[in-house]
Design a binder for this molecule. Structure first.
Ligand code: DGL
Length: 258
């Protein structure tokens, strides 16, 4: 495989742009194709079977475009489909999202950690395993970010509606003493300003795993001899299963995210 081939990054919609940004920053010589499904977003309340099917179609598409590695920049799709995807594409490195429960548990002083994620991620095996492994003697509170993905998809993350929506979700966790809140969905970092406003007066850190995922991408590229050549000038491309106007919105949001 040519090392200058692109990295594929996939999400149900715009959320994975937060991961894309971290990957582009850490690996400036790598070309990237971003696929934001868009047509089937949100995934969070779909069945595992549906998400698995959608993920296979997405990874297949990125593979057909020549991607050398794929990042499933969607916690929901990772929880539902990562094992299935790795079994289907055994020769291609695939990076998934892991809820950042480990760093949150390492840093909490109050011994109370909050996790915000989609409904489907929270009831998944992956989350249960991670929480049991790292949060054994720590209280782990979970809340589904109801309406969060929709706000981001509608470019409404900087509105008072966004602040109110996130306030409703995080207040109970803050009041029970959570000093670390894990952003367990790639859409949620877009809501950081709203989250910070809603958490005013509380000592809390919001944990975004994007940079850790970018480091994992670099490690896998190195291990597999897949890094782009030194001095390679990257190309960036945006793809969707929705329409051209959605594709353009992805592109625009990526510029705004920088
Ligand atoms: N960005 C997603 C995640 O990380 C998916 C959200 C959704 O489509 O519900 O979970």
């Amino acid at each position: 495989m040519k090392t200058n081939a692109p990295i594929g990054i996939y999400d149900s919609g715009m959320g994975g742009l937060t991961v894309r940004q971290a990957v582009c920053r850490l690996l400036p010589e790598e070309s990237v194709i971003y696929l934001g499904d868009g047509k089937n977003c949100p995934y969070g309340s779909r069945t595992v079977e549906e998400i698995r099917q959608l993920s296979i179609e997405a990874v297949e598409y990125l593979r057909s475009l020549g991607c050398k590695l794929v990042v499933v920049a969607c916690n929901t799709a990772t929880a539902a489909a990562i094992d299935h995807l790795r079994a289907t594409y055994p020769t291609m490195p695939i990076v998934g999202m892991e809820p950042a429960v480990k760093p949150a548990c390492l840093h909490t002083k109050s011994r109370v950690v909050g996790v915000l994620a989609t409904e489907r991620s929270l009831d998944g095996e992956l989350f249960r395993r991670t929480a049991a492994k790292y949060g054994a003697d720590i209280e782990v509170l979970t809340t589904a970010g109801k309406g969060f993905v929709e706000l981001v998809e509608a470019d409404k993350e900087r509105t008072s509606e966004a602040v109110e929506t996130v306030r409703r979700a995080i207040r109970p966790m803050l009041e029970r003493g959570a000093d670390q809140i894990v952003l367990g969905c790639t859409h949620y970092p877009f809501l950081l300003p709203a989250l910070e406003e809603a958490a005013a007066g509380f000592e809390v850190t919001f944990v975004d795993p994007s940079e850790a995922v970018a480091r994992r991408v670099r490690q896998l590229l190195d291990e597999n001899g897949l890094r782009a050549e030194t001095g390679h000038r990257p190309t960036y491309r945006f793809e969707t299963f929705a329409d051209e106007s959605y594709r353009q919105r992805l592109e625009q949001k990526a510029v705004d995210t920088k």
